[in-house]
Design a protein around this ligand. Structure first.
Ligand code: B12
Ligand code: SF4
Ligand code: SF4
Length: 344
């Protein structure tokens, strides 16, 4: 099965038992501290997230999978250009939900064909009520670092996690051990102090939440800290020694890699991104990981970047270029804020 997973494009595959792991118990505490913000779905599904057997009562094993999405583009921390529009690398290419779901469906189909056994299976990639990092750690894929990301000692943390909950009692792998040691680079580098303690991220302070998860306005008091971050943030992974380029981590730069950046998002400045017509943005977002944000939320973010960086080119683009999405009240309010902040 592991060889088949590799053949289908998975970089790591391991087995965790469907058990009651101590890390699963952190979620209620995290929720009660308000760290989930507006992500109400996490509250609603908290009981199922406590144990995969609440999702599929026949579960005996979790086949944990990881897929490298890194490419050889420089890290945002290496990009000194104050006009650059930063987009988190997980979002550059095709929609990972679709690509990885297909690969998992292929693996389950192969298991059914090959094994000749009856079994139940459910496959999720960031789509189910499962605490994916915990199962990845217990399946030996990597440890949960102080930045809360799963880190594999050989290939780093630029990984999409996914899993197949399965009723077969498969032989478990050895869990991964924490190798963060005394390092705290991620905590000290987070621009908003969102890693409030080792292993604990307050999502409401994380730029990934503010620019991706929030559907309405970005709170005024958080806007300046958004800086050049037009969509998501990679800093706590970029500074991690286990992701040090160029020796590590693995990258998937084959010409047909689904994770290579689409031209509309590849090395663009804030001003250029703003000048991109709605129709072109819409076409570039289609079937990408950013599809859910849509043009409206992307423009909201780019307006905040223009205001927060006070970049002259971006501000002049904001004044001069008016696409239909700019009439949306959400976008209009953020444009107004950016221009007011910088002298109108
Ligand atoms: C909600 C969510 C977010 C939220 C909250 C993130 C967070 N750290 O909680 C926001 C929007 C901020 C976010 C951001 C990002 N996310 Co996200 N997110 C999720 C989601 C849907 C749920 C995570 C969750 O349950 N959080 C609740 C907390 C309690 O759980 P946790 O973060 O896993 O924390 C564990 C440990 O830290 C530990 N723990 C918690 N408290 C304590 C306390 C102590 C004392 C100790 C010792 C341990 C400990 O136990 C927890 C597990 O129970 C998962 C998918 C999934 N279904 O699991 C993806 C997921 C975690 N995200 C992912 C990614 C890629 C990102 C981003 C990199 C995207 C980006 N570039 O912008 C950033 C990374 C930010 C970061 N440092 O976490 C990947 C992570 C891959 C990996 N290598 O780990 C996942 C697994 C999606 C996927 N299928 O690939 N995300
Ligand atoms: S993704 Fe960025 S804002 Fe969020 S915890 Fe990591 S460094 Fe902080
Ligand atoms: S930067 Fe250091 S502390 Fe943070 S996750 Fe990486 S190794 Fe662990």
């Amino acid at each position: 099965m592991k060889a088949r997973a590799a053949g289908l494009g998975f970089d790591l595959c391991g087995i965790a038992p469907a058990g009651d792991f101590k890390e699963l118990a952190f979620l209620p505490q995290w929720l009660s501290r308000g760290y989930a913000g507006e992500m109400q779905y996490l509250h609603r599904s908290a009981e199922r997230r406590a144990d995969v057997r609440a999702v599929m009562p026949s579960a005996r094993s979790v086949i944990a999978l990881a897929t490298v999405y890194n490419t050889d583009r420089p890290y945002s921390t290496e990009n000194a250009d104050p006009s650059a529009a930063l987009i988190a690398r997980y979002a550059w290419g095709d929609d990972y939900h679709e690509v990885i779901q297909q690969r998992m469906d292929g693996l389950v189909a192969w298991m059914r064909e090959r094994g000749g056994l009856e079994f139940e299976a459910r496959a999720y990639v960031d789509t189910g009520p499962v605490q994916e990092r915990v199962y990845a750690q217990y399946a030996g894929l990597g440890w949960i670092g102080k930045n809360t990301c799963v880190i594999n000692p050989e290939i780093g943390s630029w990984l999409f996690l996914s899993e197949i909950i399965c009723s077969l009692p498969l032989e478990p792998d050895v869990p991964s051990l924490d190798q963060c040691g005394s390092c705290r680079l991620c905590l000290d580098s987070c621009p908003t102090g969102a890693i409030v303690d080792p292993y604990v991220v307050d999502a409401t302070r994380c730029l990934s939440y503010l620019t991706i998860e929030l559907k309405g306005p970005i709170p005024i008091e958080d806007r300046e800290s958004v800086g050049r971050h037009a969509y998501g943030c990679d800093i706590c992974q970029e500074v991690c020694p286990w992701n040090a380029m160029p020796a590590q981590p693995a990258a998937s730069d084959a010409p047909d890699s689904p994770w290579l950046p689409r031209p509309a998002f590849d090395g663009r400045s804030i001003g250029d991104l703003w000048r991109t017509p709605d129709a072109e943005l819409r076409a570039s977002l289609k079937n990408s990981a950013m599809t859910r944000a849509g043009v409206r939320r992307l423009r909201r973010n780019v307006a905040v970047c223009a205001g927060a960086t006070a970049d002259a080119d971006a501000l002049s683009a904001l004044r001069d270029v008016h696409e239909p999405s700019c009439d949306d009240p959400l976008v209009a309010e953020h444009i107004h804020w950016a221009l007011e902040l910088n002298g109108g």
